[in-house]
Design a protein around this ligand. Sequence first.
Ligand SMILES: *[C@@H]1O[C@H](CO)[C@@H](O)[C@H](O)[C@H]1NC(C)=O
Ligand SMILES: *[C@@H]1O[C@H](CO)[C@@H](O)[C@H](O)[C@H]1NC(C)=O
Ligand SMILES: *[C@@H]1O[C@H](CO)[C@@H](O)[C@H](O)[C@H]1NC(C)=O
Ligand SMILES: *[C@@H]1O[C@H](CO)[C@@H](O)[C@H](O)[C@H]1NC(C)=O
Ligand SMILES: *[C@@H]1O[C@H](CO)[C@@H](O)[C@H](O)[C@H]1NC(C)=O
Ligand SMILES: *[C@@H]1O[C@H](CO)[C@@H](O)[C@H](O)[C@H]1NC(C)=O
Ligand SMILES: *[C@@H]1O[C@H](CO)[C@@H](O)[C@H](O)[C@H]1NC(C)=O
Length: 407
Amino acid sequence: MDPQPLLLPLLLLCVSLAQRTRDTAEGPALRGRLISGNGPLDLGQRWGLKTPLMHMKANLTEVTSIRSTFEFRTLDPEGLVLYGDTQAGAEWFVLGLRDGVPEMQIRKRGMIVAVTGGPRLNNGHWHQVQLRNEGQSVVLEVNGSQALVLGLHSQHAEQDTMGLIRLSLGGILVKDLELFNSLRLEMDGCVRAGNWLNLSQPWATELVGEPRTCFTHIRRGSFFPGTGLAVFNTSDFPTHQGTGRSITIEMEGHIGNWTGTVLAILNSQHKAILTIAAQNQTQKLEVTFGERTDSLSLAQNELLLNLSENVMQIALGNKVIAELRDDARDWLNIWDDGMLLAFGGVPDYSTNTSDSQYLHGCIWGIRIQDRELDLDHALYKHSSISSHSCPASPDLLESSALLTADR
Ligand SMILES: *[C@@H]1O[C@H](CO)[C@@H](O)[C@H](O)[C@H]1NC(C)=O
Ligand SMILES: *[C@@H]1O[C@H](CO)[C@@H](O)[C@H](O)[C@H]1NC(C)=O
Ligand SMILES: *[C@@H]1O[C@H](CO)[C@@H](O)[C@H](O)[C@H]1NC(C)=O
Ligand SMILES: *[C@@H]1O[C@H](CO)[C@@H](O)[C@H](O)[C@H]1NC(C)=O
Ligand SMILES: *[C@@H]1O[C@H](CO)[C@@H](O)[C@H](O)[C@H]1NC(C)=O
Ligand SMILES: *[C@@H]1O[C@H](CO)[C@@H](O)[C@H](O)[C@H]1NC(C)=O
Ligand SMILES: *[C@@H]1O[C@H](CO)[C@@H](O)[C@H](O)[C@H]1NC(C)=O
């Protein structure tokens, strides 16, 4: 892939973080600010970085308890929850979620093993989680019931009692993790009431400001706080996966509460073809197609964009509100060749000034060709966007449908 101007600041950030946390034989020094390991901690505040949000280390000789407990809440089906290692990363442990259920992977004495199972945890409720060593096994308990056990018997009976143990949240402490099953590390989840190996020492964080706090109550959706966008390549959703005759992008949400750019499509020269922006104050939707701008009244909770050969159709609910025709272009071919599809803003490749406004609002769901879109899989996503959760008011949550995992 060509270097992307948009991604460049992100890459530079990765490099500077990597330099600051360069590993030594003893593992990275605990530089950066010290914060409590108890949480609450929003694990999803940095997209596209593998380095942890916070980490700690201890002498194995000081570890008297091989038990960690914490509470965990998420609506995200996949991601990393906890990483731990010894021998500067030669032996490691990973707890994550895959398809909403817990997964443990361990590397020990050159072997990697993985086990997945137990209750579905991505239901937006708090779960009491306990991890402990029992002989040669690692046991995961959820709400007091055994959920998953991973045993690893070794000829070498001696236990690791020397050296350092390291733990991290929101990322890993090695450059790359050679997992048994690869895992998308980003996790939009919250950890609180953490007790890690009964050690009370502080953790180190590279975060400059305060860590972002967890939403008190959450509902299903993607929250755009007005500070960034997410970009996809349309060629990742080829037309032949649908009817082949049209492409549909559906967005659900309380559109009257959105403000800023909802969606933008840019051609391969990064020129905007279509932008749709919402204005909560005027309750209007502004649709810009080439030179033309339409201002339309908002009503429904569903916005549909339908691209067929020469026509782009925009509908609110079941009502088509705009039809944009260009007989000189075949949108389906251009789509398959690769355009940029952005949610929450207009990617700006030219200068650092942009007259578009980033979206503020909760998108309950985005579907492309009838498939749910996971913002964690974007080409680029601003870290301020919560991919799988929006803040919610508790009275709204009376309706548990707001948390339902399956749609
Ligand atoms: C671990 O123990 C060794 C030897 O007792 C000591 O030199 C070292 O500073 C300790 N490291 C940490 C992180 O406490
Ligand atoms: C945990 O730590 C506390 C205080 O540091 C200590 O009193 C207690 O015995 C420890 N528990 C275990 C299981 O090691
Ligand atoms: C754990 O308990 C909490 C509170 O009772 C509940 O909401 C959650 O769904 C439980 N988790 C599982 C996996 O049963
Ligand atoms: C819309 O925003 C208003 C004011 O911010 C808020 O009171 C209301 O709950 C929101 N409605 C929905 C459905 O999110
Ligand atoms: C519009 O949205 C902005 C940003 O969320 C908010 O500050 C403002 O109160 C909203 N205005 C109305 C009329 O809902
Ligand atoms: C999209 O547009 C095409 C062509 O106008 C039409 O056949 C198709 O039914 C539309 N799809 C939806 C979901 O509106
Ligand atoms: C999008 O995908 C197309 C086709 O795979 C590729 O040629 C193009 O470089 C991609 N664009 C970006 C910005 O990654």
